[in-house]
Design a protein around this ligand. Structure first.
Ligand code: FBP
Length: 342
């Protein structure tokens, strides 16, 4: 070990230092938020190591139960959910948790309760777990509305009220992308240090992209504006080059690529899924929060995604997010279709 070289690494910007620096900008802060984030980071490290050794540790395959979405749970789903529920409750900073894997919201017992509500998908992209394709954890953080007994109203808030959001991608490297409301930063886990290091400072999505990302297998059931937009991507009439199709089928991986390379990621509504597939609280809102913080935008087909006010914790919504100009194009098609109806 080249101690000399390593000594110089002690000035690296770790996520812990980054969060504490952000905290120092708020002299009134008691550090509760930083403590909560540090427990989420711990959960990501745990799940990252479990995902890396999943094949060897027989963690792949089915767990034999089904979750609230009626989906068969995978062993890693259950493990990841346990990891995050325990980490969040032991932070002593949360009052309500909403997980993709739990039918009901989890109300933290008073002795361990704090003022934050966390909504999360412990392991998104589960259809890709067994084939080793990138998967991830998605999370969003709200503040309780006020200091009364916590209720579902404290999580059924519009996305605009979200304080922070992020995802951790378990892929060729483990990357945690975070926004606390002033820009988006990406951190890569250095396994030798066990630390997330700032590798993607102040991420800005390109204003326009060359990629569109959607499950074209649903094309025959799409509505007019979606079909028209995808047609335009493939056969542009303005002489520009066709967009490339990239679809991994793991939202974290597809959104991560979109954030870095630009373009548009879509999970539209269709005749089979009139509200699309992705869940508002722990998929649509966190990714829309990050996209807007990076200069992109996020649209439901009717409105700005973060203006949605969910009525149920596992509510779904169509989503079109990505580069500002690309989402503007599909918004124009949807609005034009609406006007025609009137
Ligand atoms: P899970 O949370 O159950 O994994 O479902 C979400 C998801 O896997 C997203 O990650 C992905 O974008 C989408 O479903 C893929 O859906 P489809 O296979 O219908 O294209």
């Amino acid at each position: 070990m080249d101690h000399e070289a390593d000594a110089h690494r002690t000035d690296l910007m770790t996520i812990t230092r980054f969060v504490l620096n952000e905290q120092s900008k708020h002299p009134e802060s008691r550090g509760d938020f930083s403590i909560l984030l540090s427990h989420i980071v711990l959960g990501c490290k745990f799940v990252c190591s479990a995902v890396n050794k999943a094949g060897l540790a027989k963690l792949i395959g089915l767990a034999g139960e089904t979750n609230v979405q009626g989906e068969e749970q995978k062993k890693l789903d259950v493990l990841s959910n346990d990891v995050f529920v325990k980490a969040l409750i032991s932070s002593g900073r949360t009052c309500i948790l909403v997980s993709e894997e739990d039918e009901e919201a989890i109300f933290v017992e008073p002795s361990k309760r704090g003022k934050y509500c966390v909504v999360f998908d412990p392991l998104d992209g589960s259809s890709n777990i067994d084939c080793g394709v990138s998967i991830g954890t998605i999370f969003g953080i709200y503040m309780m509305k006020d200091s009364h007994e916590p209720t579902l109203d404290d999580v059924l808030q519009p996305g605009n009220n979200m304080l922070a959001a992020g995802y951790c991608m378990y892929g060729s490297s483990c990357t945690l992308v975070l926004s606390t409301g002033s820009g988006v930063n990406g951190f890569t886990l250095d396994p030798s240090l066990g630390e997330f290091i700032l590798t993607h400072p102040d991420i800005k999505i390109p204003k326009k992209g060359k990629i569109y990302s959607v499950n074209e297998g649903n094309a025959k059931n799409w509505d007019g504006p979606t079909a028209k937009y995808v047609e335009k991507c493939k056969f542009p009439k303005d002489g520009s080059s066709p967009k490339s199709l990239r679809y991994i089928g793991s939202m974290v991986a597809d959104v991560h690529r979109t954030l870095l390379y630009g373009g548009i990621f879509m999970y539209p509504r269709d005749k089979k899924s009139p509200n699309g597939k992705l869940r508002v609280l722990y998929e649509v809102f966190p990714m829309s929060f990050l996209m807007e913080q990076a200069g992109g935008q996020s649209f439901t087909g009717k409105q700005r995604a973060l203006d949605l006010v969910p009525k149920k914790i596992h509510e779904r919504s169509p989503i079109f997010l990505g580069s500002y100009d690309d989402v503007e194009e599909i918004k124009a098609l949807f609005y034009a279709a609406e006007e025609k109806k009137e």
